[in-house]
Design a protein around this ligand. Structure first.
Ligand SMILES: Nc1ncnc2c1ncn2[C@@H]1O[C@H](COP(=O)(O)OP(=O)(O)OP(=O)(O)O)[C@@H](O)[C@H]1O
Length: 249
């Protein structure tokens, strides 16, 4: 059974057709990247898998559970990091992690172990004793990522995980994701418009543009197919010409 199975997914926001028949599968333990430009439909796909949006058409399953019919089961298996997420500003970082660990510890793993992992993953050290309202954007992102991973979900759905992080922190996060996939068998669905970052991180990628998947494969396969040095070049040879015409006509 695949970890994620998405079949012909469609989503309309009024007249805007955000997804026009998106299909892909993610294997258990795989780091899968959904990459594409602004407005391509990445966040919409992730929100449907996180059971926060209902699709207009098609279907999606997480470990065999339908995201619409079996939403409750799906939510037990996933951890979702939204693109624009906030934390409770009046709490200290440590209080936020304690609060979340208490919520999630009910589902199995011990509170202490979860909290210990969250503290370690956040990399915030003594600053965990400060209020979240005093954190920089990157520090808040690190706290939220720690929260998403400390629960050790079966599937982590991370929307632009490294958004707002500096090079060192972005690198650390990518290493953590890789380690969690290899050592704990956690499956990752990661969105990004940073093709180079994704190339370094992901086992396989789907390129999405205007609500349509235009390619799927390992970074190596795609680079060979398009005789490209990197995924950015792959993407430009698939959709770049079309976009340039739109800009200059
Ligand atoms: N709540 C909404 N109401 C109306 N249109 C929406 C809504 N959310 C998204 N859209 C539209 O759906 C399309 C896909 O948006 P989505 O946020 O999924 O893209 P994205 O690939 O995540 O983009 P970005 O990289 O800019 O975050 C866009 O045209 C967007 O304007």
């Amino acid at each position: 059974m695949p970890a994620v199975k998405v079949e012909n997914l469609e989503k309309d926001y009024g007249k805007v057709k955000a997804l026009k028949g998106v299909s892909f599968e993610i294997k258990k333990g795989e780091i899968f990247g959904l990459i594409g430009p602004n407005g391509a439909g990445k966040s919409t796909t992730l929100k449907i898998l996180a059971t926060l949006l209902t699709p207009t058409g098609g279907r999606a399953e997480v470990f065999g559970y339908d995201v619409v019919k079996d939403g409750e089961e799906v939510r037990k298996l996933i951890s979702y990091l939204p693109e624009e997420a906030g934390a409770y500003k009046n709490l200290k970082g440590i209080e936020y992690l304690q609060f979340m660990a208490k919520l999630y510890a009910k589902t199995g793993k011990s509170y202490e172990k979860m909290l210990e992992l969250g503290v370690k993953l956040s990399g915030l050290g003594d600053r965990l004793n400060d209020k979240i309202s005093t954190y920089s954007k990157g520090m808040t992102r690190k706290l939220l990522l720690a929260r998403a991973l400390m629960v050790e979900p079966k599937l982590a759905i991370l929307d632009e995980p490294a958004s707002g992080l500096d090079i060192i922190n972005a690198y650390t996060i990518r290493q953590t994701i890789k380690q969690f996939a290899r050592e704990k068998g956690i499956t990752f669905l990661v969105s990004s418009h940073n093709m180079l970052e994704v190339e370094f991180l992901c086992d396989r990628v789907a390129l999405i543009n205007k609500g349509v998947i235009v390619e799927i494969g390992t970074p190596k396969e795609l680079k060979e197919k398009y005789n490209a040095e990197n995924l950015e070049e792959v993407f430009m040879s698939i959709v770049g010409r079309e976009q340039k015409v739109e800009v200059f006509e």
